[in-house]
Structures are given as C-alpha cells and as structure tokens.
Design a protein around this ligand. Structure first.
Ligand SMILES: C[S@@+](CC[C@H](N)C(=O)[O-])C[C@H]1O[C@@H](n2cnc3c(N)ncnc32)[C@H](O)[C@@H]1O
Length: 203
C-alpha cells in the first residue's frame, strides 16, 4: 500500500481530537492489560504521529516508533526534538517488504495499522521475531465492518473477525491469545468498535 495518503495527512493528524482520544484509550487499554515498567522496551509499529506512545510516556522504557510514511516519521521526529517523546527512536520500517531488524522488544503495540496490511502472515511473523521471549503483542483494530469505514476505494481489510485473527496469532507461534473490547470510532454518524488483541511470544 502506498504511503501518499498518510504522508499528506501527517501534519494535520493530531488536529482531529477523536484520533487523539482514541489513541489515549488504546494506550489505557494496553496499560491495564499488560505489565509495564520503566524498563519495558516498546515498539510502536505504524506509529503514525506517535499518539499511542505519547500516552504511555512515563509508564514505559525506551520507545521505538516505526512507520512506512516519511510524513508521519517527520512529525514523530519533531515531537522527539520538542521533548514530547523523550529519547524515542524513529524507524523507517515496513515488515511487508523488509525483514525484521535484529532487535528485541518487551511490547509491540500496533494501533489501527493491521487493516492496511495485505501480507498479514509475514507481518505477524515479523512481530513474533521482534518480541523477546515472554514479550507481549497488543493489536488495536476495527472489528469486522461492512467496508463503509474507508469507502469503496480501500483495498485493505474491512476490519477483522476476532476468532479468525486469534487463529492467525496462534499460527504465528504466539500464545496466551485474548481479544477484548477497547474503544469506538464514530465516522459519518456510524459507530465502529475497536478491539484489543493481546498475545505473547512463548517464554
Ligand atoms: C490509521 S494510522 C494509525 C496511526 C497510529 N498507530 C494511531 O493509532 O494513531 C495507520 C499508520 O500505519 C502506517 N502503516 C500502514 N501500513 C504500514 C506498513 N506496512 N508498515 C509500517 N507502517 C504502516 C501508516 O503510515 C499510518 O501512519
């Protein structure tokens, strides 16, 4: 999938209050579900402008924010320079096209990204590889929807079936898979539910 849309919307992304609040709700859901500490090495994959990590600052250790959009990475870099994301690293990473870097994380968070990913199996395998044994993967994304969320030109996933995704996480070698309600998204008067899927790399 091209990065043009996200490159073009990056500068104004945080002006949408709903996006900010939704990211805070995802972060809250992560923080109440998995153990966090000042030592937790976090990868925020498809971080966008870094809103989810921003909401976790103070509760986590070193953060790495990865995104395939140069526009989004530019906004993250500005936030790092301004002290909003203290000490964070920024990665140009697309696991659909690139191998997983040789690094390990205690927590991978990926919020509203997976429905844009065509090579899901490859990306989930990349997450499994990037996790420290015992580390957690948290996926926030849309429940299965009728395609109205993005409109007719969108060629990604129309949300996910929770049971099907849980099976894909298991197939990727992850364990302790669970899926819970996380937050909601209102667009054009329609409410779309967002789940949080949690899984671990075997210890
Ligand atoms: C809907 S935004 C969500 C941003 C952020 N996670 C949040 O919750 O505010 C999706 C983000 O995923 C990024 N993205 C899409 N496909 C990607 C891929 N294959 N690899 C890395 N990032 C990707 C986009 O550039 C965009 O920043």
């Amino acid at each position: 999938m091209g990065t043009e849309h996200f490159d073009a919307t990056a500068a104004d992304w945080d002006r949408d209050e709903q996006k900010v609040v939704r990211a805070q709700e995802v972060a809250r859901s992560v923080a109440t579900t998995v153990p966090l500490s000042q030592g937790t090495r976090v990868l925020d994959y498809g971080a966008g402008t870094g809103l989810v990590t921003q909401a976790l600052v103070g509760q986590i250790g070193p953060a790495t924010l990865a995104d395939s959009s140069s526009g989004m990475r530019g906004v993250i870099r500005d936030k790092v320079a301004a002290g909003v994301l203290p000490g964070a690293r920024v990665w140009d990473l697309d696991l659909e096209a690139q191998p997983a870097p040789d690094e390990r994380f205690d927590l991978i968070v990926t919020s509203l990204v997976l429905h844009h990913i065509r090579a899901l199996e490859r990306v989930l395998a990349g997450f499994a590889e990037l996790l420290e044994p015992g580390g957690y993967l948290c996926i926030a994304d849309l429940d299965r929807e009728d395609g109205s969320f993005h409109g007719h030109d969108f060629d990604g996933h129309h949300g996910f079936d929770r049971v099907e995704l849980a099976g894909q996480l298991t197939d990727a070698g992850l364990v302790d898979v669970s899926v819970r309600d996380c937050t909601e998204f209102v667009r054009d008067g329609v409410t779309y539910s967002v789940f949080l899927a949690v899984a671990r790399r075997p210890a």
